[in-house]
Ligand binder design. Structure first.
Ligand code: DGJ
Length: 743
């Protein structure tokens, strides 16, 4: 039993392998948060002593008892317009203008299995691994019921949370804020780690102190965004990769999100996370329900590696629906950086032959194959073959490619519409626009109103038609602008605040229907690179194009930041040409592969432009990746240095049985008279002997010195480390594989 209710103490204790989470039905039915941290037995109400804090009001029923206030006691899910002046989790308003929520315990239930959410992606139980706790609170004035849902995955150290609101009153209730979870951390000193960025430089790690007041990580762009990933970590100031306490908070949501973190007058931290309340509202008629997106919560007392490993495993096994079926990902060659819009049937067939000759598994035809699209000004919405480029249509072309024994993938951008398209000419009202106002254009396109049933149905019919007709193994699902001009012709005036969330629900419904109908097709998410890299999209798309920046040196910090929350198997990464199209930098071909091999691996170049030597090198890369892909996909990732920081970046994969490890190193800042290149490995069996099985240096003339070639113990590799030979050259790299001696 991972969820225990103690009748006498009125506590709920959620136990996972290494953590304990405890709540209590406190005085007057307020639900208090007692503890979340390292696994421990007991009742933790002794931690929270009553104290008379000036200007912290007390519940009416307690009258003269000034020692107990909602403003100072740790709350499980904060209300509003009451005595708790800290961040609220729910803001509600009735028809009669009763604003706020005073939430008190009503009932609870503990049951086996995982709760489900209607129309939202959520973690699933792989078979007897989860228990659900549901606690319903209610606000007497409005009749609003707030059901807090907890999924406890004991063996995986993960607690999922979500909230179901129900209007149990007799008047309309409007929600203005409906957070997925609130987490009070009453003691300690903390820092915030979050992942910010921009197009072509996503998920850059930033770590800062939590100072008094509120810090906010949010997106109001209609997508989880390049700018602020929804994932945050709260950690002790001295937490490192290998030691220290940290909490990970990850919304399973792809739309407008917001995580507020408040350090209050008592030194207590409150985290409130979920749908961004800015511009949001949701009307609940009597009897109606609203469910929030899910939130993943984990805790590590052993630093960030442990935290990341927990998320990696959980996302692969309990979030990515088709991850298992699609465990072996194809190595693909994508036409985008090879040809952009400039292709036709002959060029694509030549590209396919070249791809086959190199030895990749799949050709992906990117943007430009439909309507009359020659650049980004037209045709989004017209998902039929471009007659000028592909006069015989897609089907014969794809058959010819398949006949080469090559899989085929296709790019689409279903959520968008070009004004120059037949779809727009037929349905101009399907685009998001505010009546009387010219909409903003992004990349010359408008956004389809996915809150409308007919739009989702039309997209489903069109895309499932393509998938039925064509021999496709893969779909790249792009989104190249954010949402503006939010207004839906299908919603009444008082429900326009629901549009941004309804858009995401429409997107999820479409993805749900397509991925259920075509489980053998791999969907790769993309939003101008990694602009919608989140656990919600990962439920449908087990891999997401990490960034439009394919420069391996830029990728070091992008993939490093991404890896804190998301597994390597989810990160789309390709080898592209040099000089790089985004940065102009020239790097060795081997270094580009070293970095791309820490992702789903593929190519984004025209093989016809390669020399014979480069082709030989690529064939060797394919051989190496195939030999290592299982280790990379399912091994534990250890970040040995900060990604992208000079003088070098090193990271390592260790197989689940500790029998094999791959060390990668990229020199970002070649130096004259360099200091020794010394690295300590991690995660190995200290008592076992390893031998160097494979070793490759790229962009430099170096060989592995005897000594670390083995046999060498795991203890020596981890505690004494290895000293690599000098690697002189422009951004050289190395890949070193050790295996147990008898492995
Ligand atoms: C943005 C994507 O990230 C690119 O890989 C490419 O597919 C283009 N869109 C195509 O328009």
């Amino acid at each position: 039993m991972s969820i225990l209710f103690d009748k006498e103490k009125q506590t709920f204790t959620l136990q996972t392998r290494s953590t304990t989470y405890q709540l209590q039905i406190g005085p007057l039915g307020y639900l208090l948060h007692l503890y979340y941290g390292r696994r421990a037995e007991g009742c933790f109400d002794y931690l929270h002593l009553p104290r008379d804090c000036g200007f912290s009001a007390n519940p009416y029923e307690l009258q003269d008892d000034r020692g107990w206030s909602l403003d100072t006691m740790p709350q499980e899910y904060s209300g509003s317009n009451g005595a708790d002046f800290r961040l609220s989790s729910v803001e509600a308003e009735t028809e009669r203008g009763q604003i706020g929520a005073d939430l008190r315990y009503l009932r609870h239930q503990i049951r086996p299995g995982k709760y489900a959410l209607n129309g939202l992606p959520a973690a699933f139980d792989c078979g007897g691994e989860c228990e659900t706790l549901s606690i319903t609170l209610s606000d007497a004035a409005s009749g609003l019921e707030v059901e807090l849902l907890y999924g406890v995955f004991e063996a995986k150290d993960m607690i999922t949370r979500a909230v179901r609101f129900r209007n149990g009153g007799d008047q309309m209730i409007r929600l203005h804020r409906a957070a997925s979870a609130c987490l009070d951390i009453p003691f300690g000193s903390w820092e915030l780690i979050h992942f910010h960025g921009r197009h072509t430089l996503e998920r850059q790690l930033e770590r800062r102190a939590l100072l008094n007041g509120i810090q906010t990580i949010a997106s109001g762009r209609g997508a989880s965004s390049h700018q602020h990933n929804p994932f945050v970590i709260i950690c002790e100031p001295d937490a490192t990769e290998t030691a220290g306490t940290c909490y990970g908070v990850m919304p399973v949501y792809s739309g407008n999100h917001r995580t507020d973190i408040e350090l209050d007058q008592s030194g207590s931290v409150r985290i409130v996370s979920g749908i961004n309340p800015d511009g949001f509202s949701w009307c609940l008629a009597p009897g109606q329900c609203f469910e929030t997106p899910e939130l993943l919560l984990t805790y590590s007392a052993e630093g960030f590696h442990r935290l990341s490993h927990t998320f990696h495993r959980f996302i692969r096994e309990n979030i990515c629906r088709h991850d298992r079926e699609l465990a072996e990902r194809p190595i693909l060659l994508n036409s985008w950086e090879a040809m952009y819009f400039d292709f036709d049937e002959t060029k694509l067939l030549n590209l396919a032959r070249e791809a086959k000759d190199l030895g990749v598994d799949m050709l992906v035809i990117d943007d430009g194959w439909f309507g009359h699209r020659d650049d980004d000004h037209s045709s989004l919405g017209d998902w039929t073959a471009n007659p000028r480029k592909l006069p015989h249509g897609l089907k014969p072309l794809l058959k010819q490619i398949s006949d080469l024994d090559l899989k085929v993938g296709l790019w689409v951008e279903p959520e968008m519409i070009s004004e120059d398209s037949d779809l727009y000419r037929a349905h101009p009202d399907w685009a998001l626009t505010v009546p009387g106002r010219k909409p903003a254009v992004g990349r010359n396109q408008l956004v389809l109103d996915l809150s409308r049933r007919e739009v989702v149905d039309w997209l489903h019919e069109t895309l499932s038609g393509l998938l039925r007709e064509l021999p496709l193994s893969y779909v790249k699902w792009d989104m190249n602008r954010h949402l503006t001009d939010l207004y839906s012709a299908s919603l009444p005036a008082d429900r326009q605040g629901e549009l941004a969330h309804r858009y995401v629900l429409g997107l999820y419904e479409l993805l749900e229907r397509l991925t259920e109908e075509f489980p053998e097709v791999l969907f790769e998410g993309c939003a101008g690179g990694g602009g919608r890299f989140d656990a919600g999209m990962l439920a449908y798309c087990p891999q997401i194009w990490c960034s439009d920046n394919t420069d391996p040196i830029s990728r070091l910090s992008i993939q490093y930041g991404t890896s804190f929350g998301y597994p390597v198997s989810s990160m789309g990464a390709h080898v592209s040409t040099a000089p790089n199209h985004q940065t102009g930098r020239t790097t060795p071909l081997g270094t580009r592969a070293t970095v791309a091999m820490s992702g789903t691996f593929g190519y984004e170049l025209d093989p016809a432009k390669l020399t014979a030597d480069e082709k030989r090198e690529i064939r060797e890369q394919l051989r190496r990746f195939r030999a290592l892909s299982q280790l990379i996909d399912s091994g534990a990732l250890y970040r040995l240095t900060e990604g992208g920081k000079p003088p070098f970046t090193a990271w390592q994969f260790v197989s689940p049985d500790q029998g094999q490890t791959l060390l990668n190193i990229v020199l970002t800042n070649p130096e004259a008279n360099p200091r020794p290149l010394h690295i300590c490995l991690r995660g190995l069996d200290p008592d076992v002997e390893y031998v160097l099985e494979d070793c490759a240096f790229y962009g430099c003339d170096a060989a592995m010195p005897a000594g670390c070639t083995g046999p060498i113990t795991g203890a020596a590799l981890m505690y004494a480390g290895v000293t690599l030979p000098p690697m002189l050259g422009d951004t050289p790299s190395a890949q070193l594989v050790w295996k147990t001696k008898n492995g």
